[in-house]
Design a protein. Structure first.
Length: 343
């Protein structure tokens, strides 16, 4: 049997090769799910994840450019920069903008972060309305009194036509979806993880807007915010089976990604495993495009494709800009994606 190097030796070799420009990455594999977009038919190499020090001290907000033309609308997707939280990266010189009441952060920090966030949104007097998100298809209409409800309602979708309320969805990889009715002056916000997406949270939410506000799909605009991208969202085969039972376009949402590591390719004997063929954790993995899944739901609900903005930034790839549950193994803060009507 070929000899194996100790873990420390392998790490030393890995570091040496990296210094010479060799780094692990991923590439997309061909298949049925690869036929949907031309750019997905070409191999994609993703850069290695390298931790960097975040130095921004200003609150940064991501917005849908087209929505700036609606004067009565407030909206924005937060990032992790510009706050006072130090729990998740204590080695940094500046704090971070954790907007969720997590066990690792103090209430005082979160309240200060939310104050800064509202200030940056130019809506300092707005009332944030949140939910206890449970990966469901529950959508509720919110009114003024709901901003002070403690604990909040359970569910994953909110809608309102009350000025001064900001509907706020908490995420750290899941997909936030914001919708606005330009004619009826009503808005909605949805939290879409894979379970909520499977339950058609966005599609059913748009239908609720038609019932509650008389909204017409052709008057709606939508923005799909930062979340874990197809490049990084590995799932099990059972997830594809679940989606296949609900959506005819399932092949457009799933594809395989193969980890490529030049160290392994150049020195394969260093990574010999005693596990039987087919039982190694190496090789291709199944990935899900949640952003595309929710875009398709918006289209199926009647929205025009050109009325949908997809921010398209992956929270795991851009972990220095966004909180990511997967990138940080669960020890992370929360972003807020908000939409509302100005007073």
């Amino acid at each position: 049997m070929a000899s194996r190097l100790a873990s420390a030796d392998i790490q030393a070799v890995d570091a040496l090769l990296r210094s010479g420009g060799l780094a692990p990455g991923r590439r997309l594999l061909g298949g049925e799910g690869m036929k949907r977009r031309g750019e997905r038919n070409r191999p994609v190499e993703l850069p290695p994840q390298k931790p960097r020090r975040v130095v921004k001290s200003q609150v940064e907000i991501v917005r849908a450019a087209a929505w700036g033309e609606i004067p009565w609308l407030v909206h924005g997707f937060s990032t992790r920069t510009g706050g006072v939280t130090t729990a998740y990266r204590p080695q940094q010189r500046v704090g971070e903008l954790n907007l969720g009441f997590t066990q690792s952060d103090t209430q005082e920090n979160v309240l200060e972060n939310r104050r800064r966030f509202l200030q940056a949104l130019d809506a300092p007097d707005a009332k944030l309305v949140t939910m206890r998100q449970i990966h469901s298809s529950l959508v509720r209409r919110m009114k003024g009194a709901d901003a002070d409800r403690t604990p909040g309602w359970k569910g994953d979708g909110m809608m309102t036509d009350t000025p001064g309320l900001l509907l706020a969805i908490q995420t750290a990889d899941c997909i936030p979806v914001l919708v606005a009715d330009r004619k009826r002056r009503a808005v909605a916000a949805f939290h879409a993880g894979w379970r909520g997406t499977l339950k058609r949270i966005v599609e059913s939410g748009v239908n609720r807007m038609r019932v509650e506000f008389g909204s017409r799909p052709e008057d709606l605009v939508a923005a799909i915010g930062p979340g874990i991208g197809a490049c990084c969202y590995a799932v099990g085969e059972e997830v594809r089976t679940e989606f296949a039972s609900q959506f005819a376009y399932t092949p457009d949402l799933f594809f395989e990604v193969s980890d490529s590591d030049p160290v392994r390719e150049k020195y394969p004997l260093l990574f010999l495993t005693a596990r039987a063929p087919g039982h190694s954790n190496l090789g291709p993995s199944l990935h899900l495009d949640l952003m595309e899944a929710n875009r398709r739901q918006l289209v199926d609900a009647g929205l025009r494709a050109e009325a949908i903005t997809v921010i398209g930034e992956c929270t795991r790839c851009q972990n220095n800009r966004y909180f990511s549950y997967r990138a940080e193994q669960g020890f992370t803060g929360r972003m807020l994606s908000v939409v509302g009507l100005r007073n």
